[in-house]
Design a protein around this ligand. Structure first.
Ligand SMILES: O=C(O)C(=O)C[C@]1(C(=O)O)C=C[C@@H](O)C=C1
Length: 442
């Protein structure tokens, strides 16, 4: 991954949340080259960061004006029959546009670096052209939440080696950066083996229209950082991302720290904050890379409560990938039902009957209708909480059994969306260094 000299993250001033719309490929005017010191747009005009941010806001508002509403007629072209099926289940056949190479627009938009020059020979599209899967190219811009040194930055580098990692100050901004073509992908955490689900990202997956195109699992090895010369006994406060605090809770207690815990936006941001404010009574939980970047010393190494601490990140793109069957795939869906949780057993049985393993199930409040009143003449009125259910299962949407399972699920549910069908992260398991055999599992 290209190393960044600590650029500050994109702030949430980009624009209000994106509507269900799609920016067409010729809106690449929004593509910015984001450097550590200054940012220049494709036309070469140099800008400082403040200019860049306000330019983003202006450009963003232009894009909103130019965006086309989603074609609800179902006439959008999909890459093949499988993608057709996915889109149909999604209930929004809009996203895959075969016109990936805007040939006609080449002459009308000379500034666009994506247009094919008229004299270039035209190569036929191949399966790779249709698949916005990892390009491993140096130009791929990948949005993550946090500042350099955050685990999310490392996850972006693992998912897309040689990418240009773009820091964002909030998860939502990372979604927006992709929707606005400021970034090509976002890499965001969804769950940790100790801390559990990152609920915010589950909610955002539903509110935005990005597609999961991959996953990456990152072993998370935490360090306790303080300014050089600070001893453990001086530490009165430990600050970090809430997930990191949760992942180190037992060890912090064992270290005998008499310190209050305080949550901040990200682990590396905590280190940066201590360094910037010369806080000699405060320590951060963050990575060894954050220590290096912000001139901190490592007071304790490997302080996660379990050496096999791992965070799962999803890779998000504007377009889905075409599901395949030549390697293990996972599919993520979200569904709800008017009649509430009673449908859950039926839905899950659609997978069980086909021998499809579930790898994850999560429920979140149904934002549009959080409470359902159930009247019973004899007993009175009961209030049931309503949920959205998120399920990951081990099959590709290219498999008939997965298509049949989803067809059945669709019958049982009032809402169903396929968030993505994508290759499973099969990288060999390598837990953090350290032996936690003696640690209490509870
Ligand atoms: O704060 C960071 O460094 C992050 O990348 C965020 C985050 C998370 O949200 O879970 C990522 C991995 C670790 O689990 C701890 C924190």
């Amino acid at each position: 991954m290209q190393s960044l000299s600590t650029p500050s993250p994109i702030k949430s001033l980009i624009r209000p949340r994106s509507r269900v719309t799609r920016v067409s490929p010729n809106k690449l005017v929004l593509q910015c080259i984001y450097n550590s010191d200054s940012v220049s747009f494709q036309n070469g005009v140099g800008l400082n960061r403040a200019d860049w941010q306000s330019s983003c806001a202006i450009l963003a508002s232009k894009v909103v004006a130019q965006q086309q509403p989603i074609d609800k007629s179902g006439s959008g072209g999909d890459a093949d029959g499988v993608a057709d099926h996915v889109a149909a289940v999604n209930g929004h056949k809009t996203s895959v546009d075969l016109n990936l190479v805007p040939i006609e627009k080449a002459t009308s938009n000379p500034n666009s670096n994506t247009s094919i020059k008229p004299h270039q020979p035209q190569k036929p599209l191949t399966i790779t052209d249709l698949c916005p899967a990892p390009m491993h190219g140096s130009q791929l811009r990948v949005a993550y939440q946090g500042v350099p040194g955050a685990y999310s930055e490392a996850a972006a580098g693992k998912a897309y080696p040689n990418c240009e990692a773009i820091p964002c100050d909030q998860f939502e901004v990372a979604f927006q950066a992709v929707e606005l073509w400021i970034a090509d992908r976002a890499v965001l955490p969804v769950e940790n083996s100790l801390g559990g689900s990152i609920h915010r990202n589950y909610d955002l997956l539903l509110r935005h229209r990005l597609h999961i195109v991959g996953e990456v699992q990152l072993p998370v090895h935490h360090c306790l950082l303080a300014l050089p010369g600070v001893r453990k006994e001086y530490v009165k406060r430990v600050i970090s991302h809430p997930q990191a605090l949760a992942q180190c809770e037992l060890t912090l207690t064992k270290l005998g720290l008499q310190a209050a815990r305080e949550a901040v936006d990200d682990t590396a941001g905590a280190a940066e904050y201590i360094a910037a404010n010369n806080l000699r009574d405060t320590a951060a939980i963050a990575s060894a890379r954050a220590a290096e970047l912000y001139g901190m010393q490592i007071l304790a190494d490997g302080i996660q409560d379990d050496s096999s601490n791992v965070t799962r990140f999803v890779m998000l793109a504007r377009e889905p990938i075409i599901p395949r069957m030549d390697r293990p795939f996972k599919t993520s869906i979200v569904f709800a039902h008017d009649k509430g949780t009673s449908v859950l057993f039926k839905v899950l049985s659609a997978f069980a009957f086909r021998n499809i393993s579930l790898t994850k199930i999560e429920s979140r409040p149904h934002r549009n209708r959080p409470i359902r009143l159930v009247d019973d003449a004899n007993v009175g009125t009961a209030k049931h909480f309503e949920y959205m259910f998120y399920v990951d299962f081990e099959a590709s949407m290219a498999e008939v059994r997965a298509q049949n399972a989803l067809a059945e699920v669709q019958e049982f549910t009032s809402f169903l969306r396929v968030l993505g069908s994508y290759p499973m992260d099969m990288t060999p398991w390598c837990p953090s260094i350290g032996d936690d055999d003696e640690k209490n599992p509870f």
